[in-house]
Ligand binder design. Structure first.
Ligand code: NAD
Ligand code: ZN
Length: 378
């Protein structure tokens, strides 16, 4: 996946303008064990700059930042900015702090950022890059499975506000994405499984063969040493290919990109109902199970799809029902707060069969009354 189009124009000593509206979403993506030690050369090739600044969090930084810095070679001083780990750091305050730190370092437009971390760091550093001096390039070095196959691909960046997640952001495609599966060795198992939920989603929305292979490979992927397995690399490459293919046809989510929301309308509602105690991928797993049931109840999907998807989720040890103490009415209410709710009717991205989404003739969104949702929320 190599970025195409004309090279960006030069400006005031800048070596490359930010990836902006004219830049395709399929930036150059590398998936290779040990790639974390090649970030420097890849960054120099994809986004030549006078200064490089690594943004990471306080868990990932101690593990991998020194390797990324070393990959730039001894002659260069690379700054590392560290934010606290976790979703609570993905705020306008942290954005302001990072921006101030870049200004204090006297970074100009000829600076490229390197986001080293999970989706939180990727979204946050991405939004800093989108806005700093009207936009500077970013290299994404995702270190969670979720970030490798989802957050780092597609160019969405954002911070959260008290009113909700991802409400302030920008489309800012990375100049390159460098994925090193071996960093998953240190990722807590619960986060690994949460990433697998998005991979299962990719199979359901676009590729039955990928879904079948993934399901067969799951025990290996989740076993000790799974990070270094061929199965893990196949998952990452397969999922990136699916997400990139969807995004490249619809960078700004006006049509087909909506299929990526499968499992997310209910998933976001469940996530919010738990006060975000549940991981996003866990909530999406529940969301997929319930939305499959919705698809069957509404006659949108073939019979048996819920069972198929739940079997894969079970193998990944992901939840398929909302916790019993969660108020079902609250979940239904929260689906209306989702960005996908238009004119009162909540729209769902629903499968027709494994690998095939419904609603191509209706903008890939199926509006459904709450009665179906109440029935599906067993
Ligand atoms: N931009 C998009 O298109 C997009 C898509 C999906 C999700 N997201 C966003 O991604 C975020 C979630 O990302 P996430 O699940 O990666 O969570 P995260 O970034 O919070 O990472 C999870 C935890 O794992 C730690 N960690 C990361 N990599 C590690 C490693 N290799 N070894 C040990 N520890 C490691 C982190 O410090 C953190 O504590 C959410 O904010 C979500 O909104 C964005
Ligand atoms: Zn998701």
């Amino acid at each position: 996946m190599v970025a195409g189009g004309a090279p960006p124009p030069l400006d005031r000593g800048a070596t490359q303008l930010p990836a902006g509206a004219a830049v395709p979403a399929d930036a150059s993506v590398t998936v290779a064990a040990g790639a974390v030690d090649t970030v420097g050369e890849r960054a120099r090739a994809a986004a030549p700059a006078h200064r490089y600044v690594v943004v990471t969090d306080d868990r990932v930084g101690p593990l991998y930042a020194s390797r990324v810095v070393a990959s730039f070679g001894t002659g260069r001083s690379i700054d590392v900015l560290t934010v606290p780990h976790g979703e609570s750091a993905k705020t306008r305050d942290t954005w302001a702090r990072l921006t101030d730190e870049l200004l204090a370092l006297e970074c100009g437009r000829d600076t490229t950022l390197v986001a080293l971390g999970g989706g939180v760091v990727g979204d946050l550093a991405g939004f800093v890059a989108a806005t700093y001096m009207r936009g500077i390039p970013i290299i994404q070095v995702p270190t969670t499975l979720l970030a490798m196959i989802d957050a780092a691909i597609g160019g969405k960046t954002a911070v959260d506000t008290p009113a909700g997640k991802n409400l302030v952001g920008a489309f800012h495609p990375p100049a390159a994405v460098v994925v090193d599966p071996s960093v998953l060795r240190t990722l807590p198992a619960r986060h690994l499984r949460a990433g697998v939920a998005e991979a299962i989603k990719h199979g359901v929305i676009a590729d039955a063969a990928y879904f079948a292979r993934l399901e067969a490979d799951l025990p290996r992927i989740l076993s000790p040493g799974g990070a270094d397995s061929v199965a893990m690399s196949a998952l990452i490459a397969g999922s990136i290919a699916i997400k990139s293919a969807v995004v490249v046809t619809d960078a700004h989510e006006r049509g087909r990109r909506k299929i990526l929301n499968f499992g997310h309308t209910i998933g976001h509602a469940v996530e919010a109902a738990t006060g975000f105690a549940m991981l996003h991928g866990e909530a999406v797993a529940i969301g997929m199970a319930i939305e499959c049931r919705l698809a069957e109840l509404s006659g949108t999907a073939v019979c048996g799809i819920t069972e198929q998807v739940c079997a894969a989720l079970d193998t990944a040890e992901l939840p398929t029902v909302a916790p019993s103490d969660l108020d079902r009415a609250a979940i239904v209410r929260l689906t209306h707060a989702d960005k996908k709710a238009r004119a009162g009717a909540v729209e769902y991205a629903l499968p027709h069969a494994i690998g095939e989404m419904a609603g191509a003739d209706r903008g890939w969104a199926v509006p459904l009354p709450d009665a179906f949702v109440r029935e599906a929320l067993v």
